[in-house]
Every structure is written in structure tokens, then in C-alpha cells.
Design a protein around this ligand. Structure first.
Ligand SMILES: Cc1cc2nc3c(=O)[nH]c(=O)nc-3n(C[C@H](O)[C@H](O)[C@H](O)COP(=O)(O)O)c2cc1C
Length: 198
């Protein structure tokens, strides 16, 4: 199975998660890049206002075409409980070329149902697998906190393993009925979701 893992990451955490998952799953990695400096407060304010007005930000042209892959993993944090607009811009651009997709999210809380709903809405289909992981709990949570790969290996191994197993499960049943995203109803998706509260 050919897998494209397209991830959006402002501070690098979802990049670390993507690389960790790709140690076990053979994926092509593609970083979704906003055409602006995301560490600038001005950019973040502009994106927030744009999101409120439904204006999509510009992103750098992705190199990979999802139509050449069997599965797209979309990796993303949550911003204000929502799907960050640069990642949304990517999916809107590419969704017509996606056969099946899965969601891997590393966010502050690891519990952002609105964001998951927004991704489903953009894609118009159910994901083959969903994994939400939260940041480590600290006394002073910061939106700029950065994890190490050891956190994922030591504290999130079960969630990552379940996610990989689910994706590999799809691989073992080629050609059997409808793709997993169409088979999975809302109930099975809730069951699939591995939430780690950070
Ligand atoms: C503007 C902003 C808003 C955020 N809002 C949320 C939120 O609503 N829920 C949440 O769980 N995490 C939230 N976070 C935390 C990020 O999801 C978290 O820091 C994540 O690890 C960032 O991933 P990245 O390093 O890949 O960009 C927010 C972060 C930023 C910068």
C-alpha cells in the first residue's frame, strides 16, 4: 500500500509524530507549508481573521499528488478547536485526488471533535482511522511547547500502534467491498478514536 502522509506543523510536533509513525509505516512525507511566517503574531492574527471570514490562506504548492497513493494520512494540530486553515487549504485543493484518508492529530488536549468534524466535512467521507494525541500535561501549558520523540515512544505507543494496525488492516483486504471510510459509520469511528488526554 502506498501512503502519503501530508502534515501541517507550526512548532514541529506533528512533524515529529509523522516521522515516528513513518518508522513503522512506509510513507512518503509531505509538509504542508503556509506561504507566510507562522511564528509571527501578525500572520497568526491574519490567519485567525481569515478563518472567521472563510478566506483560505495561500500554501506552497505541494510536491506530491495523492492520486498516486492508496491512502492519505492528514497530520494536523488543532487551533482554537478547529482545523487550521493552511491544512484545510491543502485538503480542499487535493481532496478530489484522495482515495482513502486517515487523520493523525497531535494537539494540546488531544480532544478536538469539532476539528475532526471539519475534516470529515471537507473530505465528504469517513476516515479509515483516527488518532488524536495530546501534549504532555504541564503546570504551565504553552501553545509553543515542543515534544521529543521519546514522549511519543514512551507515553503514546499504544495509540500509535492501534492507528498503524488499523491502517494495515485496510491493506490486508484489498478489493473487499467498499473502502474503509465508507464502511465505517459514526459509531465505529468513535470506537476507533484513540484519545490521549495530554
Ligand atoms: C493558535 C493556537 C491555537 C491552539 N488551540 C488549540 C485548541 O483549541 N485545542 C488544542 O488541543 N490545542 C490547541 N493548540 C495547541 C496545539 O495544537 C499544540 O501546541 C500542537 O502540539 C501544535 O502542533 P505543531 O507543533 O505540529 O504545530 C493551539 C495552538 C495554537 C498555536
Amino acid at each position: 500500500m502506498k501512503i502519503l502522509y501530508a502534515y501541517f506543523s507550526r512548532t514541529g510536533n506533528n512533524a515529529i509524530l509523522a516521522k515516528e509513525i513513518c518508522k513503522s509505516l512506509d510513507c512518503t512525507l509531505e509538509r504542508i507549508e503556509a506561504d507566510a511566517d507562522l511564528l509571527s503574531m501578525f500572520t497568526m492574527m491574519r490567519l485567525a481573521i481569515g478563518a472567521l471570514l472563510g478566506i483560505m490562506p495561500r500554501i506552497k504548492e505541494p510536491k506530491e499528488n495523492p492520486s498516486e497513493y492508496d491512502l492519505l494520512i492528514i497530520g494536523t494540530p488543532a487551533w482554537a478547536g478547529e482545523f487550521p486553515s493552511p491544512a484545510k487549504a491543502y485538503l480542499r485543493k487535493k481532496k478530489g485526488n484522495v482515495k482513502r484518508y486517515a487523520i493523525a492529530s497531535l494537539s494540546g488536549s488531544g480532544n478536538n471533535p469539532k476539528m475532526l468534524g471539519q475534516i470529515r466535512q471537507v473530505m465528504g467521507a469517513e476516515p479509515a482511522a483516527v488518532m488524536e494525541i495530546g501534549m504532555p500535561k504541564t503546570e504551565k501549558p504553552s501553545m509553543d511547547a515542543v515534544i521529543g520523540a521519546d514522549y511519543l515512544q514512551n507515553e503514546c505507543g499504544r495509540e500509535i500502534e492501534e492507528f498503524i494496525t488499523k491502517i494495515r488492516g485496510g491493506e490486508k483486504r484489498p478489493g473487499q467491498g467498499a473502502p474503509a471510510e465508507r464502511r465505517a459509520g459514526p459509531k465505529s469511528n468513535a470506537r476507533d478514536k484513540a484519545v490521549r488526554k495530554g
